[in-house]
Design a protein around this ligand. Structure first.
Ligand SMILES: Cc1cc2nc3c(=O)[nH]c(=O)nc-3n(C[C@H](O)[C@H](O)[C@H](O)COP(=O)(O)OP(=O)(O)OC[C@H]3O[C@@H](n4cnc5c(N)ncnc54)[C@H](O)[C@@H]3O)c2cc1C
Length: 369
């Protein structure tokens, strides 16, 4: 860990230190796309340490829990800046924050006191394994992660298909389903016997997020770690999920910003690139305005429609940047090639079925049903 310097903590999104942090994240971002000497993609440890040092992990929690209590508008601005600089680090932060907020807002004082201080100062890492209750493996008859209630807590069996940074996690906030259909959300300390975080998957992009499957065999979790449930549809309670579907759209617009900035820079010597850069930027500004208004509670378009529009723009703008970079952009190591691959992530990340359907229709050139 770097020495903690109170003076560099970013307490508002207009703090110049945010630009400084983003410059460092941007400089480090390319290295995450290549395997290191061990043959693995490097985990963004240094990037996360920088974020801890700059107080980023405190943005998301209220002062009563040790955070700076940024509102959703400011969090959107923060995420836009971070995601334009490094998509992998920012994505890891979203999953980490998902865990922190669910722990802090659960009403479980034990879990909060045990975990939140070290999560906020960056000395511990937690992540989420919840997609199997929302957008993953929903078509299967049997729940992939099952819970059995006992006197002292719950026994978990099965797996969580996608857990970002699982091999680095001290705790995972996981969802599981009981035989009667009720569900729980619980902290699972990774030191418990029976937990196996499998080797991270090689991904089309964001491999450095070290996302992989976590298997659980007869894992006994004490009730003191229970965050919510047992109840039907535990995720609908929205514990800690304040920003709802806006976060994914925000990261897409952040990446769009990086791609458009690249085209503008190229257009200084190639004036033919200016009209498309301006048109894409106009669309980005419009979507950013909608995002910020939605974050303030003044929605002008539904979350799913916004998500679809952001997905469409991030795909088009990153590919436009590739066209501008020409063959050089297709060489491994050039950022636009990476941005194109990162943009594909938005087609699958926590993507609700109506957004998937709309995306498919758009790609097929047919009207959305
Ligand atoms: C890089 C990455 C990181 C992630 N990190 C996290 C994380 O930290 N925490 C977390 O909780 N989640 C995480 N997720 C999960 C993510 O949010 C989505 O839930 C996930 O991408 C959904 O994809 P899936 O393949 O699991 O979907 P599924 O719907 O399970 O689809 C899997 C396969 O099942 C088949 N199938 C799908 N629907 C049907 C159907 N109706 N009938 C028959 N067959 C069907 C298809 O062949 C499909 O390929 C991550 C995902 C990715 C890609």
């Amino acid at each position: 860990m770097l020495d903690r310097k109170e003076s560099v903590e970013i307490r508002t999104p207009d703090d110049p230190a945010l630009i400084d942090l983003c410059r460092q994240l941007h400089e480090l971002s390319g290295s995450l796309d290549f395997r290191d000497a061990t043959g693995n993609y490097p985990w963004p440890q240094k990037q996360l340490e920088l974020c801890a040092q700059y107080g980023v992990f405190r943005w998301f929690l209220e002062p009563e829990y040790g955070g700076f209590g940024w509102n959703d508008h400011d969090l959107t601005l923060g995420y836009l800046a971070l995601s334009a600089a490094c998509q992998t680090t920012t994505f890891v932060i979203t999953q980490r924050t998902g865990a922190c907020r669910r722990i802090a807002l659960s009403g479980n004082d034990f879990a909060r006191e045990q975990l939140i201080p070290a999560l906020l100062d960056g000395s511990r890492f937690s992540t989420v394994g919840i997609s199997h209750l929302t957008t993953s493996r929903r078509h299967l008859r049997q729940a992939v992660l099952r819970a059995e209630e006992t006197k002292s807590g719950f026994i978990l069996n099965g797996f969580s298909p996608w857990v970002t940074g699982a091999i680095h996690a001290d705790t995972i906030v996981a969802g599981a389903q009981l035989d009667d259909g009720r569900q729980i959300l619980t902290v699972v300390p990774t030191e418990l016997p029976g937990i196996q975080a499998e080797s991270p998957a090689d991904l089309v992009a964001l491999s450095a997020s070290h996302t992989g499957k976590v298997s659980l065999v007869d894992v006994e979790v004490d009730r003191q770690w229970l965050l919510a449930g047992p109840i039907e549809n535990v995720m609908a309670q929205g514990i800690g999920a304040r920003t709802g579907g806006l976060q994914t759209s925000t990261l897409a617009i952040g990446l769009t910003g990086a791609a458009i900035d690249f085209i503008f820079t190229e257009s200084k010597n190639r004036s033919d690139l200016l009209p498309p850069a301006e048109a894409l930027n106009e669309e980005r500004e419009a979507l950013k305005t909608i995002l910020l208004q939605s974050a303030l509670g003044a929605e002008t378009c539904g979350t799913e429609e916004l998500r679809q529009r952001c997905n469409s723009l991030v795909l088009r703008s990153t590919q436009a940047a590739l066209s501008a970079a020409k063959g050089m952009g297709f060489v491994a190591g050039h950022p636009v090639g990476r941005w194109c691959r990162e943009a594909l992530f938005f087609m699958v990340w926590s993507c609700p079925q109506p957004v998937v359907n709309a995306q498919m229709c758009q790609l097929a050139g047919i009207a959305t049903e």
